[in-house]
Design a protein around this ligand. Structure first.
Ligand SMILES: [Zn+2]
Ligand SMILES: [Zn+2]
Length: 317
């Protein structure tokens, strides 16, 4: 696999407001990524090392990994590829399961998440995009501010997305309205579940507490940052082999943790495609899971990549 490219972002089409990034500005894009994402990772690794043996056990790690994988797939396969973009079709039970498991990632109720994300695609990197890093300009300070806004600042400053406009299909579905209302319960389950399992497996209150902390809180926060990194990093640095009309980029170091979502340039070029990592060697765990669901007969009409379409979308070299 190649490394993250230092090439500047391609210019946006004429109505795009931002010029090319170059030199010092590109450097500040990289610095914000390191400061906001890589440093906290080191802090987390330090916390794991410090707690090992007394406040963190193998049980906690296994529970954290399992809850991470399931809730991450709830967002990537359920909230994103299915409910937002309709990359495949599913029966009623599967539709409800995907919406519930997506809710357990605690990234917002299903109607909010899908509405925000459809709006992100509608206005991608332009005025109206709820979380573009490019809304403040391209000076070094503006880029750091943009990174913060795209990563998590938008959650605190945002206006609510008009659901009648962006998710009329979900609003018309009683099941989705019910799952949306049960977001609080999903949050409770995703935090209490690991605690209950940790307590039962170790048969101790301490085991329940450490599982709650690592497999509940830390796992949830970690997944939040991975998802937010798609909004921030994957619109700032990386490779752009496809002709999307925005600054979306492929960032291979995040491919596994994000379950394939960091092949974000292809996703913006071809949003309804069920596989984002379309090139050989581009690992896309979510696409593999959809493939398995299709094999089991749980989902159908999957929109797999079309070579002719991909050829048309490939950026000129
Ligand atoms: Zn995007
Ligand atoms: Zn999308």
């Amino acid at each position: 696999m190649s490394s993250i490219s230092d090439r500047p972002a391609p210019p946006l089409p004429p109505r795009g407001p931002k010029p090319l990034l170059a030199g010092r500005r590109r450097l500040s894009a990289h610095i914000s990524v390191y400061a906001f994402v890589i440093l906290p990772m080191f802090a987390l690794a330090g916390a794991v090392a410090a707690a090992w043996g007394w406040g963190l056990s193998v049980v906690d790690l296994v529970l954290a990994a399992a809850w991470y994988v399931v809730t991450c797939l709830g967002v990537t396969v359920g909230y994103h590829r299915y409910l937002t973009h309709g990359s495949f079709k599913a029966g009623r039970t599967m539709r409800i399961v995907l919406a519930v498991v997506g809710s357990m990632a605690v990234q917002g109720p299903v109607l909010h998440w899908v509405a925000d994300h459809r709006r992100h695609h509608a206005f991608s990197d332009r005025e109206g995009d709820p979380h573009s890093p490019w809304l403040f300009g391209t000076s070094p300070v503006a880029i750091v501010r943009g990174f913060w806004h795209a990563h998590m600042g938008w959650l605190f400053e945002r206006d609510l997305t008009n659901q009648e406009r962006f998710v009329p299909d979900l609003l018309a579905d009683r099941d989705m309205r019910v799952v949306n209302r049960l977001f609080g319960l999903c949050t409770l389950v995703t935090l209490a579940g690991p605690a209950l399992l940790g307590g039962l497996i170790t048969w101790s209150w301490w085991g329940a507490l450490t599982a709650f902390f690592w497999a509940g809180l830390v796992r949830m926060a970690f997944l939040h940052h991975v998802t937010w990194s798609i909004n921030s990093i994957c619109h700032m640095i990386g490779e752009r082999p496809f002709t999307a009309r925005d600054r979306s980029a492929n960032v291979w170091p995040l491919a596994i943790l994000s379950m394939g979502e960091s092949w974000h340039n292809l996703h913006h070029a071809d949003p309804t495609c069920a596989r984002h990592g379309v090139r050989p060697g581009q690992i896309d765990i979510s696409a593999r899971v959809i493939w398995m669901f299709e094999r089991f007969g749980w989902v159908y009409d999957v929109r797999w990549p079309d070579p002719a379409r991909l050829a048309r979308l490939s950026a000129p070299t």
